[in-house]
Design a protein around this ligand. Structure first.
Ligand SMILES: *Cc1c(COP(=O)(O)O)cnc(C)c1O
Length: 384
């Protein structure tokens, strides 16, 4: 690429010969349209309507949780149970430094202090031994985050939580369809949450879900998400609440998506296997699940070799028609959570990780183009 530009011929990245392969594109080819039209035709477009209960029941069935309550996004899905666990100022919640910012922000939104912990080098998830080191008399809860379709070491985390009398809230936003020893993530702790943002495994546009097996806690979640209104007496608000409700339109989309979840998961399993096979000879390191984990492969993610210029790899791949995305920056590098402390594993993953296109409709031809683009980009840097 030449550095010279002028007004008439602004410098552009070389035009890809074929259309850009995005990292994600939802597949809305099932009953989504019919169910949404049903909402409009029936005028049930707000947060009452039959699809809410049906979608909640569908997610409860998929996860095996006793209760599921729909909310407006995956972020409030975290804030709601934290609030209902009475977590607030003076309390500490342990959360990985390497996570999406919503995990950390929702802790701060309660007034509690997020306490960062280290990640494991293999699966990139919460390091239970480091969690234990960070427990203080103020610790109230642990928030494991099942990133990229992985599953945290829940037996170890639950054992620590029980010994110290701590709550466990699982952020399973990226892990719908993931199981550990046959049990769905999000159902190990006191509560678990899912996100249905546009690039998540099941989408409702914006949406979220909280699951729990505790009857009293489920009732508290339900009341709190609806302005604290009594579940039996209208306009009687007996506890502080929020409006975190999902609309019937979103639930209609979510129900149609969940009907096709097995097909979506099968497609993702296939594309993850394709990448692992066709990139096996590159010096890249895939996120590696611990034994017993059946990953839903939300975004197939890998570490580039040390010393690679990640920005250049991503720009090279983009020029070859393939979109990628960097993994998350560690939370302790963000201005509002800035800390001098080091989390070497989390920082290394954050610096070298990228996610590949991982949407269910990817064809073999497209998957092949992604592999070729990554190979070529690494060869450009003498890394392949
Ligand atoms: C997507 C996501 C969330 C938040 O979900 P939204 O629906 O975007 O609010 C929370 N945690 C993790 C790990 C996520 O990936």
């Amino acid at each position: 690429m030449s550095g010279a530009t002028n007004a008439a011929f602004p410098e552009r990245a070389p035009r890809p010969a074929q259309p850009l392969i995005p990292v994600y594109r939802p597949d809305l080819s099932g009953n989504e349209r019919a169910y949404v039209l049903n909402c409009i035709d029936s005028t049930w477009i707000s947060s009452l309507g039959a699809y809410i209960g049906k979608f909640e029941a569908a997610i409860a069935a998929v996860t095996g949780a006793k209760h599921a309550t729909a909310v407006s996004n995956g972020t409030v899905a975290l804030h709601l149970p934290l609030h209902c666990m009475d977590i607030g100022p003076g309390d500490e919640v342990i959360v990985p430094a390497f996570t999406y910012i919503a995990s950390v922000n929702t802790i701060a939104q309660t007034g509690a202090t997020p306490v960062f912990c280290e990640s494991l080098p293999g699966d990139w998830l919460m390091d239970p031994a480091d969690v234990e080191r960070r427990i203080t008399p103020r610790t109230k809860a642990i928030m494991p985050v099942h990133l990229y379709g992985g599953a945290c070491d829940m037996p170890a985390i639950l054992e620590i939580a029980r010994r110290h009398g701590l709550k466990v809230l699982e952020d399973a936003a990226e892990a719908l369809g993931t199981t550990l020893n046959g049990q769905h993530v999000g159902t190990f702790g006191d509560a678990g949450t899912f996100s249905f943002f546009g690039n998540k495994t099941v989408t409702t546009g914006e949406g979220g879900m909280v699951v729990t097996n505790d009857d009293d806690f489920a009732a508290r979640l339900r009341q709190t998400k609806g302005q604290g209104q009594s579940l039996t007496r209208r306009y009687w608000h007996e506890i502080l609440g929020f409006n975190y409700r999902m609309t019937n339109i979103c639930a209609a989309i979510g129900l149609a998506q969940t009907e096709r979840l097995p097909a979506i998961l099968a497609a993702k399993k296939r594309l993850a296997a394709f990448y692992r096979t066709h990139l096996a000879n590159l010096p890249v390191t895939f996120q590696t699940a611990m034994p017993g984990v059946e990953s839903a492969d939300w975004l197939v993610s890998l570490l580039l070799p040390s010393g690679t210029d990640r920005e250049r790899v991503m720009a090279d791949m983009q020029a070859r028609g393939v979109e990628t995305r960097p993994v998350f920056y560690p939370a302790h590098h963000m201005p509002m959570y800035q800390s001098a402390e080091h989390f070497p594993v989390a920082e290394d993953i954050a610096a070298r990780g990228i996610s590949l296109p991982s949407f269910p409709a990817l064809s073999d031809d497209e998957l092949g183009r992604v592999c070729e683009a990554l190979t070529a980009a690494l060869m450009d840097q003498g890394k392949a």
